[in-house]
Design a protein around this ligand. Structure first.
Ligand code: PLP
Length: 442
């Protein structure tokens, strides 16, 4: 007599993952074949590290609303939300119309235009601390330019960042050791949410510190919100030291019409934006104090062929000027908060060491008892549970970031939220015994 399926699936984390992976592979022959072609021409088979996972990533063919279809014809509820850039879903009619109208007017005009002025006006109106703003093509570029501004303004070379912080492809700060993916600035690394430690380091580096670069919630680091008093301490200490506070709101600007800074009542010197702001077109922006930013109208050059490309500018005007208004931002925040509370109630009821952290519409599961105030290097068991969660959700037709992060898009509402909560409840039931291992190993 064979053992029941649940027993087979739960003998230990490693065999549960191996089984889940085998089912994943069997269901995706077309993605597997594409990956075999990709590795011959793209190192690692991809051109975007966050999408690289074993045994091969699922390749998507198309999307509509908050649904995706992979190239094997499987349909998913998309909760990955393009790592927060997909706020509007895949087919918002107003954004599509704006982009089509821009296309009809012609591409690559090599000139200033009306849309960039309108978008700058909208952003300066919405974000209280942004008096002047400039555009770029990515959040990475926006952060590089904000750091450039701070270094020029202060005449100092170094930046402070946080272990596990992520500000772009060349601003990736590791939990330990050094990263090959950090632009060659002198960097002072501190622990996230450790106000005392960070303030002491700011004071110790008062002569050479140009800026503190911080996310109000570690996004890539696992949706870990900053404590309000941590950010306040950074604000005060940078002011005292004559360094600038750069708030990276590339992910968190969606938390209200004026970003997470409006929720916190925080006034950074510079803010960086990106992701969804151009309605899903490539985008980055950096802005803030006029006395700092005005250097870009003078001594500091800031070029970029696509900085004001007509698609991003047209998308941004409609996305930020019409679709994602104050009410939409507040409603999305509330939907996300309610979902996280609902999922955590399920975890508590199941008695397992699993917790969803985050803010508003961005959330991420963690395995263990916490506290989750800063990222820690995962144990092999925790890594396995994370992978298992990802594969189990895919099997349930739910597409998340590989690390488990969900970024709710505007089309995600009641039925979709129920579907995700039910899938998590099933996971807790099926994997309950294995989840206890996170506690032992943590
Ligand atoms: N800053 C934060 C907080 C991010 O999450 C990201 C991207 O995930 C970036 C910056 C970099 O943005 P981009 O991928 O557009 O370069």
């Amino acid at each position: 007599m064979s053992a029941p399926a649940t027993a087979q699936r739960n003998s230990d984390v490693a065999s549960a993952v191996a089984e889940a992976r085998a089912r994943y592979v069997a269901a995706r022959p077309a993605s597997a074949a594409l990956h075999r072609e990709a590795v011959a021409v793209l190192p690692g088979g991809n051109t975007r590290s966050v999408l690289a996972y074993g045994p091969f990533p699922t390749a998507m063919a198309r999307g509509e609303g908050c649904r995706l279809w992979d190239i094997d014809g499987r349909e998913y509820l998309d909760l990955c939300g393009e790592y927060t850039a997909g706020l509007f879903g895949h087919s918002d009619r107003r954004i599509q119309a704006a982009l089509q109208a821009a296309l009809a007017r012609g591409l690559n005009l090599a000139a200033v235009g009306e849309a960039e002025v309108r978008l700058a006006q909208i952003l300066c109106r919405r974000f209280a601390s942004i008096e002047r703003v400039r555009f770029a093509n990515s959040g990475t570029e926006a952060n590089l330019m904000a750091v450039t501004a701070a270094r020029a303004f202060t005449g100092r070379p170094a930046i402070m960042a946080f272990r596990g912080g992520y500000h772009g492809g060349v601003l990736t700060f590791p939990l330990s050791g050094t990263s090959p993916a950090v632009a060659p600035y002198p960097v002072v690394l501190a622990d996230y949410n450790d106000a005392g430690g960070a303030v002491a380091l700011i004071r110790a580096h008062v002569k050479d510190l140009a800026a503190v670069l911080v996310e109000p919630m570690l996004g890539s680091g696992g949706c870990i919100p900053a404590h309000a008093d941590f950010l306040r301490a950074l604000r005060e200490a940078t002011q005292e030291a004559g360094a600038l506070l750069i708030l990276d709101e590339v992910m968190t600007s969606r938390m209200s019409a004026g970003g997470q800074q409006a929720r916190l009542g925080l006034a950074p010197d510079l803010t960086t934006l990106g992701k969804y702001v151009a309605g899903g077109m490539s985008f980055g922006a950096f802005g803030g104090r006029a006395d700092v930013m005005d250097a870009f109208g003078g001594p500091i050059p800031h070029a970029g062929t696509f900085n004001n490309n007509v698609l991003s500018m047209a998308g941004g005007v409609v996305a930020m000027g019409e679709v994602f208004d104050d009410a939409a931002a507040d409603a999305l925040f509330a939907r996300g908060e309610a979902l996280r509370e609902r999922l955590n109630a399920l975890c508590r009821k199941a008695g397992v060491p699993m917790v969803f952290t985050g803010l508003g519409s961005l959330l991420c599961p963690h395995f263990g008892d916490g506290p989750f105030d800063r990222p820690v290097a995962p144990t092999p068991v925790v890594d396995g549970l994370r992978e298992l969660f990802f594969f189990d959700m895919l099997e349930a037709g739910i597409y998340l970031a590989r690390r488990g992060m969900a970024a709710l898009s505007l089309p995600v509402s009641g039925a979709e939220l129920d579907r995700y909560a039910n899938a998590v409840a099933d996971f807790l039931t099926l994997r309950g015994p294995l989840l206890q291992d996170a506690r032992i190993a943590a």
